[in-house]
Design a protein. Structure first.
Length: 453
């Protein structure tokens, strides 16, 4: 249900008056940092190569990490990612809080935020395009050639023999906000802060890995205005209605896994594996929890956190799953740095600082409050889920400046200006792990896997 994408509003369809509400968002970072954030997700297409394979081992799709087009300093990079994270976590928090308002201002940030992409093909003959992977979103949207204001590679419906617009009478059209009928198409408008996006509801064949998915429903973006248009297509891997998983149940049986490469490396390819075949067998699982109010999100039960050998003291309410308030813990591929609700984060941070050395000077950088200007030895951090402990290696805990002079604990407290009840296990903490989403068995698996090349 992420990104305010209209298809995602089902089943709890919101009144249009609320969909366009624009909540104010407080960004604790300097404004100047947020204004340059728009460039970061532009892609260097030339560095991406796709390797597809199909055999009895199933389907594998290579995952690329997005690379900023502009050469940015390490600090700029980190701060940009964090600025975007703020918006995303606020957005996710607002989703889970059960409010019917999509926080559009943060949605603007969020569109730019998913940092891992896959390459897909759409249409007949196939046109290649890049899609941002987002596990907290059901949407598929694609910038189309008719698009006025789109900035990235565009899909040309005219050049596809299998493209069709969905008519107003189609059931899918009932699930978009503010639908309107043009000659033969269902179209709709979205507002993101100061930007607006218009799209046609459409279908075409999309190919991820090697299997064509015929009549895949997505939003064909026709117009964007304002400073923040979606830079590329979006591949929502949530599990709500109209998601990729729902649309490919026969093919992939609501099962997929990914390995995200390190975001420090520039080449890096990991993989998105679709379908139950060839998924890891030696993997630890924790049950997936269902929140009917936020059907796309992948909730798990985080029961405790260990720093070094000590299980830190966290009030149970800070971790408890509550479908009504939305409280609990999710795995998310689109947030960069893990966010814990304040009491949980404080407990982790305090123990971390104690273990690193109580006499060392702690500095802050942007939203990170535990940074050191001297080399440190960090304790391990273990997320203890029901049935599964995940101990993070140092690379998943620390972020280092390129010069090596600054090291920060790469986690933060959840933004405290929205209902901050949600813990988000983010992509930096997941990198070099295989994360398996097994919806039929309602479980999520995690296993170490080096996929940074
Ligand atoms: C979309 O926005 C345009 C103006 O930009 C407006 O004319 C049109 O009526 C809007 N469509 C819907 C469905 O709100
Ligand atoms: C990227 O890959 C190329 C060859 O595929 C290799 O030469 C280069 O060292 C790699 N760079 C990084 C940062 O891993
Ligand atoms: C900590 O910072 C203070 C002030 O910046 C400085 O005087 C002190 O020497 C530092 N302590 C250590 C252990 O580096
Ligand atoms: C996780 O680690 C704790 C010790 O810190 C242990 O008691 C527990 O059994 C472990 N859980 C699993 C599922 O391995």
């Amino acid at each position: 249900m992420a990104l305010g994408y209209p298809l995602l509003n089902s089943p709890n369809k919101k009144p249009p008056s609320q969909q366009h509400t624009n909540p104010t968002m407080k960004l604790p970072l300097p404004i100047s940092l947020t204004t340059i954030s728009l460039t970061i997700l532009l892609l260097l297409l030339s560095t991406s190569t796709q390797v597809q394979s199909k055999n009895q081992d199933g389907l594998t799709l290579q995952v690329f990490h997005m690379k900023p087009q502009k050469q940015l300093s390490w600090q700029e990079n980190v701060l940009q990612m964090q600025a975007k994270d703020e918006g995303r976590v606020e957005y996710l928090s607002s989703l889970v809080a059960g409010r019917s308002v999509v926080p559009i201002a943060s949605g603007r940030q969020i569109i730019q935020s998913p940092t891992y992409i896959v390459r897909g093909k759409i249409g007949t003959p196939p046109q290649t395009l890049l899609l941002a992977m987002d596990t907290s979103n059901d949407a598929a949207w694609i910038p189309c050639t008719s698009c006025d204001g789109c900035s990235s590679t565009l899909f040309s419906p005219q050049r596809s023999t299998t493209f069709r617009n969905l008519p107003c009478g189609s059931p899918q059209c009932n699930q978009v906000p503010n639908p309107s009928c043009s000659v033969s198409a269902c179209s709709f408008n979205l507002t993101y802060g100061s930007s607006s996006i218009a799209a046609n509801l459409a279908q075409d064949t999309i190919t991820l890995a090697t299997d064509p998915i015929p009549s895949y429903t997505f939003g064909c973006v026709t117009k964007t205005t304002g400073p923040s248009s979606p830079p590329q297509g979006l591949l929502g891997l949530g599990r709500g209605p109209l998601s990729l998983l729902s649309q490919t149940q026969n093919l992939y049986q609501s099962t997929f896994s990914y390995c995200l490469p390190s975001f420090k490396s520039l080449n890096f390819s990991g993989s998105l594996r679709l379908g139950p075949v060839a998924q890891p067998i030696r993997i630890k699982f924790t049950p997936l929890l269902k929140n009917p109010r936020r059907s796309s999100l992948y909730y798990v039960n985080l029961v405790a956190i260990r720093v070094g050998r000590r299980i830190v003291d966290i009030p149970p309410a800070a971790l408890a799953f509550n479908p009504t308030t939305g409280a609990g813990t999710i795995f998310d591929s689109g947030t960069v740095f893990t966010r814990l609700v304040m009491p949980a984060y404080n407990a982790v941070r305090d123990e971390f600082r104690r273990r690193v050395g109580p006499n060392l000077n702690v500095t802050s950088l942007g939203g990170f409050d535990t940074c050191y200007n001297v080399p440190i030895v960090a304790p391990t951090i273990t997320f203890m889920f029901s049935g599964m402990n995940v101990t993070l290696p140092q690379d998943n805990i620390l972020i280092h400046s390129t010069a090596g002079s600054t090291t920060c604990l790469a986690m933060a407290a959840a933004p405290d200006n929205v209902n901050s009840v949600l813990n988000v296990i983010a992509n930096m903490q997941q990198q070099n792990h295989r994360v398996l989403f097994d919806i039929p068995n309602s479980r999520l698996g995690v296993a170490r896997e080096l996929c940074t090349k």
